[in-house]
Design a protein around this ligand. Structure first.
Ligand SMILES: [Zn+2]
Length: 321
């Protein structure tokens, strides 16, 4: 049996786990990232976590697992120069510029010589879904993650497409409204400015302020509360999700026309709103707009949930970057 280790490096937590070649995740460990301590301290903590995963795995299985680990993969938010192991920029790690994170981690690994890999967290999520989730059996896949921001990833011929300067797949910044809401990237009318969590909340607050009838209060709003109100029949909350779905359908139309993928996988917290509140609106908008052949693209929810980052990161050693 072969193994790999996946690390999901986030602004709050470092998650790690051991993956078997057939996609079973075990020995899951979560520790705090503590961003303020800086890159080298975080690299040291990642190295300790790796050692701990191996120790737990060996005591669980009484097997010399470290000999059978083919590699360690890391997923991290931001612009990652995958081939060089560098984090060029990350919104979750303020002040980090061109951090050679993999070198820092290897230096802390105490003679453990296992190859390390890194990629952007959404690219890694797509890899996870491709090999062990909703994308099994497909070659050309796009994915959107609907969270605080809207992430994207593109797989062509079963490989993540990185583009010329490692920035491919920013699907959340597909413009869906030329003079629309301002996005965090500075541009106007990006998908993220409609389907990102903060923007969903702001759009709802705006409607409430304009006097739309609803059971929702403008304070303390979250996408989850809006989704609950929508499920309970609140018309404004339902319209917010339906409009969000329509914008995603508009973005997917351009994406399908450019890339002609077989499947679009949609994950992240907002996607939990599900079929009735969100997915049916995405599909019907897409069906209305797309040309008949690219319209064959399936639109499905992600399957791996919170484990997508870990499973996908652990797949990096298996992919030829
Ligand atoms: Zn944008």
């Amino acid at each position: 049996m072969q193994y790999s280790i996946g690390i999901d490096l986030g602004g709050t937590d470092i998650k790690a786990g051991l993956l078997t070649a057939d996609g079973k995740l075990s020995c899951r460990i979560v520790v705090s990232t503590r961003v303020n301590e800086g890159a080298k301290a975080i690299a040291a903590r990642i190295a300790q976590t790796i050692q701990q995963v191996i120790k737990t795995a060996e005591s669980d299985r009484s097997d010399d697992i470290r000999q059978k680990i083919i590699g360690i993969g890391l997923g991290a938010p931001g612009l990652i120069i995958a081939g060089s192991g560098i984090i060029h920029f990350s919104p979750n790690f303020p002040g980090w510029t061109d951090i050679p994170l993999l070198n820092y981690i290897s230096a802390e690994l105490d003679g453990l010589s296992i190859p390390l890999y890194i990629d952007n967290d959404v690219n890694v999520m797509v890899l996870g879904e491709l090999h062990h989730g909703a994308g099994i059996g497909y070659e050309n896949v796009v994915a959107l993650t609907l969270g605080t921001g809207v992430g994207g990833g593109v797989v062509i011929n079963r490989k993540v497409y990185h583009g010329s300067w490692n920035t491919a797949g920013e699907l959340g910044h597909t413009v869906v409204q030329p003079n629309g809401r301002q996005c965090g990237c500075g541009n106007h009318g990006c998908l993220e400015a409609y389907a990102g969590a903060r923007h969903i909340v702001e759009r709802t607050q705006q409607q409430i302020t304009e006097g739309q009838k609803t059971c929702l209060k403008p304070q303390g709003l979250t996408p989850k509360r809006i989704a609950q109100a929508a499920s309970a029949g609140d018309a404004l909350a339902q319209e917010i999700f339906s409009e969000t779905g329509r914008y995603i359908g508009v973005a997917l139309t351009s994406i399908a026309h450019i890339l002609n993928p077989q499947i679009a996988i949609i994950g992240g917290g907002i996607a939990a709103a599900g079929e009735a509140l969100l997915f049916q609106h995405i599909r019907s908008e897409f069906a209305k707009r797309a040309m008949d052949i690219p319209r064959k693209m399936e639109i499905v929810p992600a399957k791996l949930g919170n484990n997508a980052g870990l499973v996908g990161a652990a797949m990096l050693p298996y992919t030829d970057q």
